[in-house]
Design a protein around this ligand. Structure first.
Ligand code: NAP
Ligand code: HSE
Length: 434
C-alpha cells in the first residue's frame, strides 16, 4: 500500500525529509511505501540538493494540499502565514498533518488541535522541539502515567552552539551566529533564536503536553542571549558555572478551579558544572523531565539541522502511515497520540517565584562598598552565597554576587536599594543561577 506525501517547503528540513523518502534502502520497509507526490517552494529555479520525482515541484502550496494524491501534508515552510491557513485547509480536507513549525503550533495550537479533533485527523509535531530528539511522543505517551513536576532544558541549538563556542574558544558572537546560519540551524530570522522566542515557542509546546492544557505563549517571560556579555560567561566559568539558555516549565500548584498553575520561562542561566545540562555542547539539546513516580529522565541529542529534524518528521509520517495500515483512514483518534487537552493552565506572576541569582555590579573601588551592598541584600532578606571582586575599569571594580534562593520580589527590592548607592555605577548584569 502506497501513501502519498506532500511537502510544503524544501529548505533545510524539507530537503532532509525528501532525501529520506527518496532513498528508502536500509530503513524500515514502510519508508518505501511513502511516495513523495508534490513539493512546494517559493523559487522553482533554485538548485536543490535532492532529486525529486519528475513534475512534483510547484510554487503554489495549494497544489500540494489540494492534490487528491497527497494523503499526508508535511509543513516545513515555517512562519505563521500561510502555514497556519494551509495546515487548517489540509485538516478540513481530512488530511493528517506533520509539522516542524513550533512558531505556528505555539501560537495557534489550540485552534489547530480543535480543528484536527473535529475532522478526526492527527497533527503530529515531533520535529517542532528538540530536532532529532524524541521528546513529544515520550511526553504524550511513554510518560503519560506521571505527574510532571518540571520540564527544563536546552532547546535551542543555535544559541547552544554560540554559547559553547564563546565559552570554549572565546569566539565572537556575530561570527558564530553566521556559522550557525550557514549550517542550517538558525531560523529564517535568527532573532527568534538569539532573543529566546524560539525556545519560548518550544517550552510552550512542552508545557502544554506535560500539563494537558494550552499555555499562553504571550505570557512566557523570555530573555535571550543577545544581551549576554562575554565577561559574564568568563566570570561564571571562574566561579564554577557554565551559562546556558534554559527553558523551564514548572508545576507550582493547582488553582481552586482545578487548573494547573505553572511557572514557564526562558533565560540565560548559570549552571554548576556538575549539573546534567552543563555538559550539553554545540548544537545538541537536552530536556530533563522530572515526574512522579518516574523521577528524572533526560533526553539528549542533536537539536537542529537537516538530518536530525528530518528523522523526527519521518517518524511522524510513519506513525500516521502505520495507523492507516491497520485501521484505515477513517479510524478514530487515539487521545494520547492526538494530545487532547484535559485541563486549563495558568501562568504565575514571576515576582512570586523564587530563584538563585547572579549579579554583576560596576562600582567604585573603595573601602566599605562590599559592606554596603551586603547590607542592601540583607535588609531585603536576600542571603548571599558568595561575593567576589574582579578588577574593573580604571579606578573601579566589578563585584559579582551569587545569592541563595530568594523570592523574586525581595531580590528586586535589594537591587533597587543597591542601584541607589552612590558607590554603585551600574547593575551591569543579572542572571538566574541553578
Ligand atoms: P528554510 O530552510 O527557510 O526552508 C523553508 C522552505 O519553505 C523553502 O524551501 C522555501 O522555498 C519554502 N517556502 C517558504 N514560504 C513559502 C511559500 N509561501 N510558498 C512556498 N514555499 C515556501 O527553513 P527550515 O530551516 O527548513 O525550517 C522549516 C521549518 O522547520 C520552520 O518552521 C522551522 O522552525 C522548523 N525547524 C527547523 C529546524 C532546522 O534545524 N532548520 C529544526 C526544527 C524545526 P524556497 O526554497 O524556494 O525559498
Ligand atoms: N533554530 C532552531 C534551533 C531550529 O536552533 O534550535 C531547531 O528547532
Amino acid at each position: 500500500m502506497t501513501i502519498g506525501v506532500g511537502l510544503l517547503g524544501l529548505g533545510t528540513v524539507g530537503a532532509g525529509v525528501a532525501s529520506i523518502l527518496t532513498n528508502p534502502e536500509g530503513r524500515h520497509p514502510m519508508v518505501a511505501e511513502l511516495a513523495l507526490r508534490r513539493v512546494a517552494v517559493r523559487d522553482q529555479q533554485r538548485s536543490r540538493p535532492v532529486t525529486l520525482p519528475p513534475g512534483s515541484l510547484v510554487t503554489d502550496p495549494l497544489l500540494v494540499v489540494d492534490d487528491p494524491a497527497v494523503e499526508i501534508v508535511v509543513e516545513v515552510m515555517g512562519g505563521l502565514e500561510p502555514a497556519r491557513t494551509l495546515i487548517l485547509r489540509a485538516i478540513a480536507a481530512g488530511k493528517p498533518v506533520v509539522t516542524a513549525n513550533k512558531a505556528v503550533i505555539a501560537r495557534h495550537g489550540e485552534e489547530i488541535v480543535a480543528a484536527a479533533a473535529e475532522h478526526g485527523v492527527y497533527v503530529l509535531i515531533e520535529a517542532a522541539v528538540g530536532g532529532g530528539i524524541p521528546i513529544i511522543e515520550p511526553l504524550k505517551q511513554s510518560l503519560g502515567g506521571n505527574r510532571i513536576q518540571r520540564v527544563s532544558g536546552i532547546i535551542n541549538g543555535t544559541t547552544n552552539y554560540i554559547l559553547s563556542r564563546m565559552a570554549d574558544e572565546g569566539a565572537a558572537y556575530a561570527d558564530v551566529l553566521a556559522e550557525a546560519q550557514g549550517l542550517g540551524y538558525a531560523e529564517a530570522d535568527p532573532a527568534a533564536d538569539v532573543e529566546g522566542g524560539d525556545a519560548a515557542d518550544k517550552i510552550a509546546i512542552l508545557a502544554g503536553l506535560a500539563y494537558g492544557g494550552t499555555v499562553s505563549r504571550a505570557g512566557i517571560a523570555t530573555e535571550g542571549i543577545d544581551r549576554l556579555d562575554a565577561r559574564d560567561v568568563a566570570y561564571a566559568a571562574q566561579l564554577g558555572f557554565v551559562v546556558k539558555l534554559l527553558a523551564v516549565a514548572e508545576h507550582v500548584g493547582d488553582n481552586a478551579d482545578g487548573s494547573a498553575s505553572l511557572d514557564v520561562r526562558v533565560h540565560p542561566t548559570l549552571l554548576p558544572t556538575s549539573h546534567p545540562l552543563a555538559g550539553v555542547h554545540g548544537v545538541n539539546n537536552a530536556i530533563l523531565v522530572e515526574g512522579e513516580p518516574v523521577g528524572r529522565v533526560m533526553f539528549y541529542g542533536p537539536g537542529a539541522g537537516a538530518g536530525p529534524t528530518a528523522s523526527a518528521v519521518v517518524a511522524d509520517i510513519l506513525n500516521i502511515a502505520g495507523i492507516r495500515k491497520v485501521s484505515g483512514p477513517q479510524a478514530g483518534l487515539d487521545p494520547l497520540l492526538a494530545a487532547s487537552r484535559w485541563r486549563r493552565c495558568t501562568l504565575v506572576d514571576g515576582s512570586r517565584t523564587s530563584h538563585r541569582n547572579y549579579v554583576r555590579l560596576r562600582t567604585r573601588d573603595e573601602a566599605g562598598v562590599i559592606g554596603k551592598i551586603g547590607t542592601c541584600f540583607g535588609d531585603a532578606g536576600v542571603s548571599i552565597q558568595s561575593i567576589v571582586q574582579f578588577p574593573g575599569h580604571e579606578g573601579g571594580a566589578e563585584i559579582v554576587t551569587i545569592t541563595h534562593e530568594v523570592l523574586e520580589a525581595r531580590f528586586r527590592d535589594a537591587l533597587a536599594a543597591i542601584k541607589a548607592l552612590e558607590e554603585v555605577e551600574a547593575v551591569a548584569a543579572c542572571l538566574r543561577t541553578l
